[in-house]
Write a protein of this length. Structure first.
Length: 131
């Protein structure tokens, strides 16, 4: 993490405390996908069913199983333990990094619009503004 975040430009994913402490301190922008619980749940459920039904390998031969879907550390249960707590804690944690610009995107549609505004291709296909 130290060498990675010492570079002039980088992107980090995740909320792990150890990574956050170093990453957020060195970052200039935090893009927070703060989606509603039902959106997160539906996406995790859909992804889990696809992985289990398709026997998709995740890493090192690991695969999700139907039995594992209901384990305490399974993604579907994990979101119920963490989603709302993280929604409350993230603004408090981000305030500890005064130089960090926070972009809070509250829906997939809002995130898509934000990404389109960043895209150089969006400039070439965007109709001219009427004055």
């Amino acid at each position: 993490m130290d060498a990675f975040t010492a570079q002039p430009g980088w992107v980090m994913d995740g909320n792990y405390g150890k990574a956050r402490d170093l990453g957020w301190a060195r970052a200039d922008t935090l893009v927070w996908l703060d989606y509603p619980g039902q959106v997160v749940f539906w996406r995790v459920l859909t992804r889990t069913v696809k992985r289990v039904a398709g026997k998709q390998e995740l890493w090192n031969g690991n695969r999700e199983t139907w039995r594992g879907v209901f384990r305490a550390d399974a993604p579907l249960r994990w979101i119920f333990k963490t989603h709302w707590r993280r929604r409350r804690k993230t603004p408090v944690l981000a305030a500890e990094y005064p130089d960090l610009s926070v972009i809070r995107l509250r829906s997939p549609r809002e995130a898509e619009r934000w990404l389109q505004r960043l895209s150089p291709e969006a400039e070439s296909v965007r109709p001219p503004r009427s004055e």
